[in-house]
Design a protein around this ligand. Structure first.
Ligand SMILES: O=C(CO)[C@@H](O)[C@@H](O)COP(=O)(O)O
Length: 234
């Protein structure tokens, strides 16, 4: 029995989830053409499910998703995996609590990434979701684990679920792929709002103790209690 056959049902479920979540990137206008990607860790295995590289979002179905190991080797599927596969795999290998990784080229987040400036925590929604500023990660070339290293070194000591890789764009993480997509949606929204505020004047930063209080409430109380626990919207 191959490793994949042992977790076949799990992979089938993740294929459907990851395909559906790619549709959230286009629905929220976070990507154009074939940019961006979503992956999910296969729990308990050094495997991940991700989109194939350069394939139109119209063709992203559960069946077209690919499965790779953490060295980026294709384990199941017929097309080449995303060019960011090594980055996603590096995050899964070094941040065991992460179950989903997302990359987009959303406009306002990319603008902040081009500037290399962290997004200051001036909105309660930023405190809720990111626990402070959205940090900038180092410039990294594409195609190996350089981006993954930058994501991990930046987020390992941050509460943020988003990092703006310099001159590139946002990468987000979550306990699962849906949470990582949510972080990507909220990252773009706050990057836009803070940019707008800066056209009107100097946004007032939120005091750290208030940020801590807002983050604790949102992460632990917000939403509906249930098997996933508080802090998970449904
Ligand atoms: O920005 C990059 C690579 O980081 C893009 O090429 C990426 O958004 C999309 O690449 P893939 O189609 O997933 O290979």
């Amino acid at each position: 029995m191959t490793v994949v056959s042992e977790v076949r049902d799990t992979i089938a479920l993740l294929r459907a989830q990851v395909a559906d979540l790619h549709a959230e990137l286009t629905r929220n206008q976070l990507v154009i053409w074939t940019a961006g990607n979503v992956s999910a860790r296969v729990p308990g295995r050094e495997l991940l499910v991700i989109k194939p590289s350069g394939v139109s979002y119209d063709e992203l179905t559960p069946e077209s998703m690919v499965v790779t190991d953490f060295d980026g080797r294709l384990v199941e599927g017929t097309r080449s995996p995303s060019s960011d596969t090594d980055a996603h795999a590096y995050v899964y290998r070094h941040l065991p609590e992460v179950g989903g990784v997302v990359h987009t080229h959303s406009t306002y987040a990319c603008a902040w990434a081009a500037l290399g400036r962290p997004v200051p925590c001036v909105l309660t929604m930023m405190a809720d979701e990111f626990g402070g500023e959205i940090p900038i990660g180092p410039f990294a070339l594409i195609g190996d684990d350089s981006i993954g290293r930058g994501i991990v070194e930046t987020l390992r000591h941050s509460r943020s679920r988003a990092v703006l890789m310099a001159n590139h764009g946002p990468f987000t993480i979550g306990r699962d792929a849906r949470e990582a997509v949510k972080a990507a949606v909220m990252c773009e929204d706050v990057c836009r709002s803070v940019y707008m505020a800066m056209q009107l004047g100097d946004p007032a930063p939120i005091p750290q103790d208030k940020i801590d209080s807002l983050f604790a409430r949102y992460q632990n109380v917000y939403g509906q209690p249930g098997p996933a626990g508080p802090g998970k919207d449904v």
